[in-house]
Design a binder for this molecule. Structure first.
Ligand SMILES: [Zn+2]
Length: 244
């Protein structure tokens, strides 16, 4: 359906199917429900949002790298559900809460009348710049994390998972913005001099490295934030131990 609706490329649809099948295999319908809460709510939040204009977007359709950067950690967490179903749901929910926060923040922030500012330093940047945040986008990200956290808490029957996953999801979004501002590769087109996040600009000219880590793109930043969210979620599981 997402492929038909042009929100996923062919490779993105295959990757999404793999993530969905793995989540269902590892955590059953409870995990499938959390994944559905993420996917449906993120699609609704993104519907009709104006495309980011300031910085060279990759396109509206998500490919397999974007899908796996957002859903790969959740799928790996779900496989732990074969060993301990509540731990699997706990980690899956926190990873998807971080992905939802980032997706919702991008979609709601695109509607913001206020110009985004860099999360560190506060310099104004064009809409769509990695690491740029707005109050509206930040609130949207918190809402997205809370929706997924609520679905996970209901599915797992662990109520403390609601605040834990909402907070971890929000923290993952903040980390995503900080890495986007500081570490993500920044480029400039050699042809038209526009800023870009890619090695080749959409006009066809190669770009010149300007700052950040050249090998770290937005997908890498998303994956790193998801892994960090899962790591903190694991620590929270050990600390709160809702296993009795
Ligand atoms: Zn160009």
């Amino acid at each position: 359906m997402a492929y038909r609706a042009a929100t996923l490329t062919g490779s993105g649809a295959v990757a999404a199917w793999l993530v969905g099948a793995t989540v269902l295999y590892g955590t059953g319908w409870a995990g499938g429900g959390v994944l559905a809460a993420f996917f449906v709510s993120s699609s609704l939040a993104s519907r009709g949002a104006p495309p980011p204009s300031g910085v060279d977007p990759k396109g509206d359709r998500r490919d397999h790298r974007q899908v796996l950067a957002n859903g790969g950690v959740a799928a790996a967490a779900a496989l732990l559900g074969l060993h301990d179903s509540r731990l699997g749901l706990w980690l899956l929910t926190c990873a998807l809460a971080a992905a939802a926060a980032d997706t919702w923040a991008t979609a709601t922030g695109a509607r913001s009348a206020a110009s985004p500012r860099l999360i560190l330093g506060g310099r104004m940047v064009p809409p769509g710049t990695s690491g740029g945040i707005t109050p509206l986008g930040t609130a949207g990200g918190a809402a997205g994390a809370t929706v997924v956290a609520a679905a996970g808490a209901i599915g797992a029957g662990i109520w403390v998972l609601l605040p834990v996953a909402a907070l971890i999801g929000f923290g993952g979004m903040v980390l995503d913005s900080v890495l986007g501002a500081v570490a993500q590769g920044r480029f400039r087109c050699a042809g038209c001099a526009e800023p870009s996040e890619w090695r080749v600009h959409r006009c066809g000219h190669p770009t010149v490295h300007q700052g950040g880590l050249a090998w770290l793109d937005n997908d890498g930043v998303n994956l790193t934030a998801g892994l960090a969210a899962a790591g903190v979620a694991w620590a929270a599981w050990v600390w709160l131990c809702p296993c009795s």
